[in-house]
Design a protein around this ligand. Structure first.
Ligand SMILES: Nc1ncnc2c1ncn2[C@@H]1O[C@H](COP(=O)(O)OP(=O)(O)O)[C@@H](O)[C@H]1O
Ligand SMILES: CCCC(=O)OP(=O)(O)O
Length: 362
């Protein structure tokens, strides 16, 4: 049976799924999540060094399904240089950038190399879809008050655009006419204004943004500069405090919001304050993105792991319901979104871009 393999490498997991293409849509055949504990990952000096380890797991997953013939592999795209939204065909040059010259280190940089390796072995095509380096910021959104550091985009483009498509379909509206704010609330958050199918502005984990279960979010710059020069921490220690060990983890010692809710239920007032502060910052950022849309919205979408929580939904509904109708699409089915991107290319409804993209080659 013909199938598309989707590969989503995350910090602590490698998710794989097989889908049968059905025109531009897909049907799930099988899925597997390989969990990687911290001790296991500590043996690798950097993300690129994890490639063989993760490739072996994806190969094992494929061995469990000998009846499928791959027509395409779609990997989650990484922290590349800025690209438009859409599907990009993976080439040797793209693999080299993702592995050796990414803009930042992130597990998603392995999506292109993994897809390319497996597709090449099976004579299939390899793609990445809506990588986290999608940058469709409007010119006005790029200007900061410091010429050397303009605003830029790193965003959960894959899930946010998939949610936009789903909202458009639920509202019976074309995607390219949709006006929405989508709040992706996972281990990291991205809150984006999606106007006419474009991510014209978004909060960015690298700059001012709400704190998350594991990321510190936007911090006052002057104390941060002082801390950088204080000698108290190495560069890597500070980076870890901002990404991975910041946010709720740094404040309460857990990244699991279900545990935080249990602490609140047991009467922990500090946990209640931190939980509220995180969502208060989310609501403020949704409001900012609503202003980008001139407060003229078809809907606000809550998605990602935190959207499973009725306490999270209740708080944000109380703050935001007057702005626009709220829609909840819990979790993030990124493997399906990857496979759907590949399926759209295979059936000819979307063209894959070639790397290097025209703007980069110029
Ligand atoms: N039912 C739930 N209630 C509250 N929080 C949840 C629930 N399910 C998942 N979460 C939280 O969502 C976060 C992970 O989100 P997820 O989108 O799965 O992560 P990732 O960004 O790694 O893909 C964790 O902080 C987790 O505790
Ligand atoms: C949006 C940048 C990529 C990112 O932070 O992804 P995760 O939250 O999935 O780690």
């Amino acid at each position: 049976m013909e199938a598309i393999l989707a590969i989503n490498p995350g910090t602590t997991t490698t998710r794989c799924a097989l889908y049968a293409p059905r025109g531009g849509a897909v049907e799930l055949l099988a899925e597997e999540t390989f969990e990687h504990d911290e001790a296991e990952m500590a043996q690798f000096s950097n993300i690129a060094a994890q490639l063989d380890f993760r490739a072996a797991q994806v190969a094992a997953f494929l061995d469990w399904h000998p009846d499928v013939r791959l027509v395409a592999c779609a990997g989650r795209g990484g922290m590349l240089t800025p690209v438009p939204a859409g599907v990009i065909e993976v080439s040797d040059a793209l693999v080299a950038v993702a592995l050796h010259r990414p803009v930042y280190q992130h597990a998603s940089n392995l999506g292109a190399p993994l897809a390319h390796r497996i597709a090449s072995a099976q004579g299939a095509r390899a793609f990445i879809v809506d990588p986290v380096s999608v940058d469709e910021l409007a010119p006005v959104a790029r200007v900061s008050g410091f010429a050397e550091i303009p605003r830029f985009s790193f965003v959960h483009a894959l899930n946010i655009r998939a949610c936009g498509r789903r909202l458009a379909s639920d509202l019976g509206k074309p995607f390219d006419e949709l006006r929405a704010v989508v709040a992706h609330l996972g281990a990291g958050f991205s809150i984006a204004a999606l106007l006419g199918g474009r991510l014209v502005d978004s909060s960015n984990r690298m700059e001012s943004s709400p704190f998350t279960p594991e990321r510190a979010g936007g911090l006052p710059p002057l104390p941060l500069i002082e801390l950088c020069y204080s000698g108290r921490y190495t560069r890597q220690e500070l980076l870890n405090k901002l990404y991975g060990q910041g946010g709720v983890y740094g404040l309460l010692g857990t990244k699991d919001i279900r545990r935080v809710e249990a602490m609140i239920a047991a009467g922990d007032e500090r946990a209640a304050l931190v939980f509220e502060a995180m969502l208060y910052q989310v609501a403020k950022t949704v409001g900012a993105m609503a202003s980008v849309a001139d407060f003229d919205l078809d809907g606000i979408v809550l998605t990602g792991g935190l959207a499973n929580s009725s306490r999270v939904r209740g708080y944000l509904d109380g703050k935001l319901a007057r702005l626009a109708p709220l829609f909840t699409y819990p979790g993030s089915d990124e493997c399906r979104a990857l496979a759907e991107g590949a399926a759209r290319v295979l059936c000819g409804t979307e063209q894959a871009m070639r790397w290097p993209l025209a703007a980069q080659a110029a």
